[in-house]
Design a protein around this ligand. Structure first.
Ligand SMILES: NC(=O)c1ccc[n+]([C@@H]2O[C@H](COP(=O)([O-])OP(=O)(O)OC[C@H]3O[C@@H](n4cnc5c(N)ncnc54)[C@H](OP(=O)(O)O)[C@@H]3O)[C@@H](O)[C@H]2O)c1
Length: 348
């Protein structure tokens, strides 16, 4: 192994992770770092290897390791060699995070140096069960650890987050948990051009595809509930802001190391309405007014229920480190039509 800083990235071929890698290879520490990227498909491994070989990611040291989250031995072995782990593949995989933690513990025991874990959660962790019927009032502030203490252990993502925080409190690593909200926007850059990074997020494509299959765009209840949103580029920037804060020693960790990614809140009605208008403009629906999901639809696709929750938060900790998100909720609404055009292969 070289004397370089070992950085292991899990989920680097994803929608978010590829944008993070594109920033890491340009980071001021890139020349003194060696990046190892976990890749689970043969196709992406080949495309990424070609891009690295051609210099498409610059003159940096990048190794590829084939494996998935199910390969816990691989995760543990790679984490045991890492000074820094970026965990951007899953917010809910307990065996995978346990393997990463076990590896980082070995690293600490072998080197005496405390490794860094930058893990990705999601604002699902703070969501309620409003079903679109009311606008929430409780805002979670990531600079107030007590706000997280009130969360039920049964909240989505919380089991993994608690394992990460516990590891930090045991002192064998320092943890930083990024909590993105609804991420949107078309991801761009060499990894996406090469067919490595996933181009699309979750919520807007779900509304669009579901709208096509049911003939008109849906909404849960009255759509009064609110969620935060953040552009994919701003999300990736937050990872780098936090990484800079880790290096400078300014970033809080463990219980004081939650970082929401948010730049404003939208209503579910507003997002469904923007989607319905885009679908009409693209000739894919006749109604610019969203219609309520039925109980049967929600039973068939439980994820639809998340589209009626409140998840209200303030991303104050990242902003205090200098994070300056550029895109607003207005950009979220404006992003829907171009995204739908690409998803559906049509133009207005
Ligand atoms: N997108 C959002 O709106 C949003 C919001 C909040 C939180 N998050 C969180 O952000 C993280 C990244 O999300 P994303 O939108 O970038 O997702 P994504 O595009 O699906 O990317 C996930 C990445 O992890 C890899 N991956 C997934 N399952 C894996 C497994 N079992 N083993 C190994 N690798 C696996 C994927 O590999 P492939 O390239 O082979 O698919 C990809 O590299 C997740 O933890 C997600 O929960 C996302």
């Amino acid at each position: 192994m070289s004397g370089k800083k070992q950085v292991f990235v899990i989920g680097g071929t994803g929608y978010v992770g590829a944008s993070v890698i594109q920033r890491l290879v340009k980071h001021r520490t890139a020349a003194e770092s060696e990046y190892t990227v976990l890749v689970r498909s043969e196709d992406k491994e080949r495309k990424l290897a070609e891009l690295v070989k051609s210099g498409g990611l610059g003159n940096v040291s990048i190794k590829l390791v084939r494996g998935s989250n199910a390969d816990v031995d691989v995760l543990e072995a790679q984490a045991a060699k890492a000074d820094v782990v970026f965990s951007i593949a899953s917010s809910d995989d307990v065996p995978a995070i346990k393997a990463v933690l076990a590896g980082l513990k070995k690293r600490y025991e072998q080197t005496g140096v405390t490794p860094i874990l930058i893990h990705t959660s999601g604002t699902g962790v703070i969501m309620d069960k409003a079903e679109g019927n009311f606008e929430g009032t409780k805002y979670y502030d990531d600079t107030i650890p007590e706000h997280f203490d009130t969360l039920a252990d049964t909240q989505i993502h919380r089991d993994v987050d608690l394992l990460v925080i516990e590891a930090d409190s045991q002192g064998y690593l320092r943890s930083y948990i990024i909590i993105p909200s609804l991420i949107y926007g078309f991801a761009t850059g060499p990894l996406y051009d090469a067919g490595v990074g996933n181009l699309h997020s979750i919520a807007v494509p779900l509304l669009v595809r579901n709208g096509v299959s049911r003939g008109e765009v849906g909404v849960l209840g009255e759509g009064l509930s609110k969620w935060p949103a953040v552009h994919v580029d701003d999300t990736a920037d937050l990872f780098i802001t936090v990484y800079d804060g880790v290096i400078s020693g300014r970033a809080g960790h463990g219980r004081e190391g939650y970082y929401f990614a948010e730049n404003g809140h939208y209503t579910w009605y507003g997002l469904s309405k923007a989607t319905a208008e885009a679908m009409v403009a693209l000739g894919k629906s006749k109604s610019t007014e969203p219609t309520p999901f039925t109980t049967a639809e929600c039973e068939e696709m439980p994820l639809l229920r998340a589209l009626g929750t409140n998840a209200l938060c303030h991303a104050n900790r990242g902003r205090a480190l200098g994070w300056k998100p550029k895109y607003t909720v207005d950009d979220l609404y404006k992003s829907v039509k171009p995204e739908a055009e690409i998803l559906l292969g049509v133009s207005s």
